[in-house]
Design a protein around this ligand. Structure first.
Ligand code: ATP
Length: 506
C-alpha cells in the first residue's frame, strides 16, 4: 500500500537478498548481485517456471543457447537497426535521459495588458507516466510561478509524452532533471545492445553483441530442436538466461537493469488469421495462473492491451501483465502474438528454410508464434513487494516476508528449544540433516524461541520446527509453526517430512 522503494532496497541489502554490484568500488549503475538468500530465491523462481511450463508439459522443451550469437542474427531480427530508445543529453551535466520518459510541462502566463499567453518556463519530470509524477511537476511549476511573482498568471501545465513532437526551440528550454538548467539536445536513437569484440582483432570485422533477449537463441535453433525431437505443432521452446541492455537510465532497482535474466517461450502454432487468438488468450491465462501460483498478489496485477501505435508493426497482438510497483503500474510480463515475423526474417537472413512439414496435410509452411516473455528480476521485485507484510503478534509489531513456500529461499528453520541439553540438540540436529537433503533449511539455536521465530519470519521462512523436552521425554513429536498464521501443530517425528512435502512441494 504505502510501501516505498527505499524500504525494499534496504530490506534486500540488510537480509542478504540483493546488493548493489561492485559495492566496494561504489557500485556500478544498472548492475546487481544476488546474496545468499537472493540467489536461492532466484533459483526457486526459475525452477518454478521450468517445472510449470517445461517439466509438466509434453508440448514444450527447453534449450540453453549461447549468449553471444553470430552477429548476423541481430541484423535479421531487426535489433541492429531498430532496438533503440530515443535519448536526450543535457549539455550542461552531460547526463543522458531516455526521451520517452521525460515529461515536460510548459508554464503559460497570460499577460495582463495584452491578454496574450506567453510561455515563461518549463518543468519536466522523469519516468512520469503516473499521475503522482505529473501532479508533482504541476506543483513544481506552480511554485516556480509564485517565485516569479506572476500574480495574475494562469498555469496551464501540459504534458508532452512524446518529445519527438517538441521543437528544438522548446527542447533547449527544458530544464534537465537534477541540474535544473535548460539545455537538452533533441532526441536521437540510441541502440541498447552492448558491443564486444570476439577474437584477437579489435576492428569492425570482430564486433559481436551480448544478447538483449533470449528469444533469438530459440528461433535460430528452431530446426535443430525440430529435427531432434518428435514435436508436432503446436509446440514450444523455452529458455531461461541472461540478457543485456545498455539502458540509458537504469531505474527502480532491479526493475530496469543493464544485466538481467529472462524466461521466454516461443510457442509455435499453425499459420492463419483465425488460429492465433485462442492460443494467445490461453497463454495470457496460463501466465497469470503461474504468477499467482508463486505468490503474486492478484489485487496488484492488471493487463495492458497494446493497440495502434503501441503495437510493433509485425505483431498481431500484445498483452502485458502489469504489476503495481511502489513507483507505479508497470509491465511485468509481455505475451505477444508475433505471426511468422521471426522465423521468416531468419529464413531470409540465413538462406535456410525455417519451416515445418505437416505429415497429415503434406504441407510445408512457416509456423506462427506466441511469445510469453517474463523478466526473472522484475518478477522477484514483484514477489518481494507482494510478500512484504506487517502485523501484530502478542501485541508486538511484526515485519515479515510472506513468500509462497515454493519460492521461499529457506523452507524450514529447525530450532532446538534449548542449546544446553545434549539429547534434545542431537534429535534436532538429526532432523535438520534429514531435511537438508531435500530443501534449503536453517539451523538456529541462539536466543529466546520468540526471537528465533521472528528472525525466521523476517526472511520469509514458511515453517519453523521446534524440538522441545516433550519430544525426547514423552511423545517423540515436534511442533511446526506456520509463519503467516503463527499457529502451531504437533506432529510425530516421522510425519514431519510428508507434512512439509505437502506444504512446500504441493
Ligand atoms: P520496457 O518497456 O520496460 O523497457 P520492454 O517492453 O522493452 O520493457 P521486452 O523487450 O518485452 O521489454 O522484455 C520482456 C521482459 O523482460 C519484460 O517484460 C521485463 O520483465 C524484462 N525486462 C526487459 N528489460 C528489462 C530490464 N532492463 N531490466 C529488467 N528486466 C527487463
Amino acid at each position: 500500500t504505502n510501501l516505498k522503494m527505499e524500504d525494499i532496497v534496504s530490506l534486500c541489502k540488510r537480509r542478504g537478498i540483493i546488493f548493489p554490484s561492485s559495492e566496494i568500488y561504489n557500485g556500478f549503475a544498472g548492475f546487481f548481485d544476488y546474496g545468499p538468500l537472493g540467489s536461492e530465491l532466484k533459483k526457486n523462481v526459475k525452477d518454478a517456471f521450468w517445472k510449470n511450463f517445461v517439466q509438466c508439459r509434453e508440448d514444450i522443451v527447453g534449450i540453453d543457447s549461447s549468449i553471444v550469437h553470430n552477429p548476423t542474427t541481430w541484423q535479421s531480427s531487426g535489433h541492429l537497426d531498430g532496438f533503440s530508445d530515443p535519448m536526450v543529453d543535457c549539455k550542461e551535466t552531460k547526463l543522458r535521459y531516455r526521451a520517452d520518459q521525460l515529461y515536460c510541462a510548459p508554464i503559460i502566463v497570460e499577460e495582463e495588458d495584452s491578454n496574450e499567453e506567453v510561455v515563461v518556463g518549463y518543468v519536466c519530470v522523469m519516468e512520469g507516466n503516473d499521475a503522482d509524477m505529473i501532479s508533482s511537476a504541476t506543483n513544481q511549476a506552480k511554485k516556480l510561478l509564485k517565485e516569479q511573482d506572476k500574480k495574475s498568471s494562469k498555469l496551464k501545465p501540459f504534458v508532452f509524452t512524446d518529445l519527438t513532437q517538441v521543437s528544438e526551440d522548446v527542447m533547449t528550454q527544458v530544464p534537465s532533471p537534477g541540474s535544473g538548467k535548460p539545455t537538452l539536445t533533441m532526441p536521437r536513437d540510441f541502440n541498447l545492445m552492448f558491443q564486444t569484440n570476439v577474437g584477437a582483432m579489435q576492428d569492425a570485422s570482430s564486433v559481436a553483441y551480448l544478447r538483449p533477449e533470449t528469444a533469438q537463441g530459440i528461433f535460430i535453433n528452431f530446426k535443430n530442436v525440430l529435427g531432434t525431437s518428435r514435436l508436432k505443432l503446436p509446440f514450444g521452446i523455452a529458455q531461461i538466461g541472461k540478457a543485456f541492455r545498455n539502458e540509458i537510465t537504469p531505474r527502480n532497482f532491479i526493475f530496469r537493469s543493464r544485466e538481467f535474466e529472462q524466461m521466454e517461450i516461443e510457442y509455435f502454432i499453425p499459420p492463419g488469421d483465425d488460429v492465433w487468438q485462442p492460443y494467445h488468450n490461453k497463454w495470457i491465462s496460463d501466465s497469470k495462473e503461474f504468477l499467482l501460483s508463486v505468490g503474486l498478489k492478484e489485487e496488484l496485477m492488471g493487463y495492458d492491451v497494446h493497440e495502434g501505435d503501441g503495437l510493433a508493426h509485425y505483431a498481431r497482438a500484445c498483452t502485458d501483465i502489469t504489476f503495481r510497483f511502489p513507483f507505479g503500474v508497470q509491465e511485468l510480463m509481455g505475451i505477444a502474438a508475433r505471426g511468422d515475423f521471426d522465423l521468416r526474417s531468419h529464413t531470409e537472413g540465413s538462406g535456410k528454410a525455417l519451416d515445418y512439414f505437416d505429415e497429415e496435410t503434406k504441407e510445408k509452411f512457416i509456423p506462427h508464434v506466441i511469445e510469453p516473455s517474463l523478466g526473472v528480476d522484475r518478477l522477484i521485485l514483484a514477489l518481494i513487494c507482494s510478500a512484504y507484510a506487517e502485523d501484530e503478534v502478542n501485541g508486538e509489531k511484526r515485519n515479515y516476508l510472506s513468500f509462497h513456500p515454493s519460492i521461499a529461499p529457506v523452507k524450514v528453520a529447525v530450532l532446538p528449544l534449548v542449546k544446553n541439553k545434549e539429547p534434545l540438540v542431537k534429535v534436532a540436529r538429526e532432523l535438520f540433516e534429514k531435511l537438508q537433503r531435500r530443501w534449503n533449511v536453517s539451523w538456529d539455536m541462539t536466543g529466546a524461541i520468540g526471537r528465533r521465530y521472528r528472525r525466521a519470519d523476517e526472511v520469509g521462512v514458511p515453517f519453523c520446527v521446534t524440538v522441545d523436552f516433550e519430544t525426547i521425554e514423552e511423545d517423540g513429536a515436534v511442533t511446526i509453526r506456520d509463519r503467516d498464521s503463527t499457529e502451531q501443530v504437533r506432529i510425530p517425528m516421522d510425519e514431519v517430512i510428508p507434512y512439509l512435502s505437502k506444504m512446500i512441494d504441493g
